[in-house]
Design a binder for this molecule. Structure first.
Ligand SMILES: Nc1ncnc2c1ncn2[C@@H]1O[C@H](COP(=O)(O)OP(=O)(O)OP(=O)(O)O)[C@@H](O)[C@H]1O
Length: 242
């Protein structure tokens, strides 16, 4: 494979309230690809993403963004270096219009046009208060805002929470399109089959560790394996076992 890793995590450990939650996680996200991170509730996925974006510190390990070490940088510096984080339950500014929500996130000479190309639905609602958009459109706006810094890497945590499956499919297609335009995406998602359908690479976490690393399509085709991973079993077979 001649792909280039735009984000690499090596042996990352993250503590919370004195407890070690993420234990020695190593993971790669290639340029122009979707990497999906799956795992049962409480496995440590959100904590890992927060450690990568700098929302909370990592206790040890190395994070490289486009080859540069970033694990010691403050969150805003990581963002400026090209790392965007769509946090779980992130919301829009409800009183502000769609356009103003996007304008507020623009940097330099960036314009909301790129967001409207990806989500034409939002162009139709340009002047509407964001609080009146549908749940799916609000999530498009949240993702759109994250794109306005022209990130190299986008971390997305559970973009599908509370949304209808058809809306989630629309969002997943947009995430795939984004990757096809060159962004490296690390996606945490509860709809495993859907996420694996757009994934190039997949990881599964259990109790703070990576228990599977392999091909997304391969894992999608093996429902028994996926179920075993969620239940915490580690049978030998396809993929790379840690
Ligand atoms: N602020 C906190 N202080 C202490 N422990 C926490 C804190 N936040 C989360 N945890 C614990 O860390 C563990 C991992 O939580 P995390 O939210 O990272 O998992 P997750 O895989 O993202 O799960 P979910 O799918 O439920 O979001 C859980 O046991 C949780 O209780």
């Amino acid at each position: 494979m001649d792909s280039v890793s735009v984000l690499s995590l090596e042996d990352i450990t993250v503590d919370r309230s004195g407890l070690t939650i993420v234990r020695g996680v190593s993971l790669l996200v290639d340029e122009g690809s979707v990497t999906v991170l799956l795992g049962a509730n409480g496995a440590g996925k959100t904590t890992l993403l927060e450690g990568v974006s700098g929302a909370i510190p990592v206790a040890s390990g190395e994070i490289r963004l486009a080859g540069e070490r970033i694990e010691k940088l403050r969150a805003w510096r990581r963002a400026r270096a090209g790392l965007a984080h769509v946090e779980q339950n992130r919301t829009v500014f409800r009183e502000m219009s769609t356009l103003d929500n996007l304008r507020a996130a623009c940097r330099h000479d960036d314009t909301p046009d790129r967001v409207f190309e990806l989500f034409p639905e939002l162009r139709k609602q340009i002047d509407a208060p964001a609080g009146l958009l549908s749940g799916g459109e609000q999530q498009m706006l949240v993702v759109g805002r994250a794109l306005l810094g022209r990130p190299k890497v986008l971390l997305i945590d559970e973009m599908s929470l509370g949304l209808a499956p058809i809306v989630v499919e629309r969002l997943a297609a947009a995430v795939r399109a984004l990757a096809d335009r060159g962004v490296g995406v690390l996606l945490v998602e509860q709809f495993a089959a859907l996420a694996l359908g757009i994934a190039d690479r997949a990881y599964v976490m259990a109790r703070g560790r990576i228990v599977f690393a392999g091909d997304g399509r391969e894992l999608r085709a093996d429902e028994g394996l996926l179920r075993a991973l969620y239940l915490g079993d580690t049978p030998s077979g396809s993929g790379v076992w840690k």
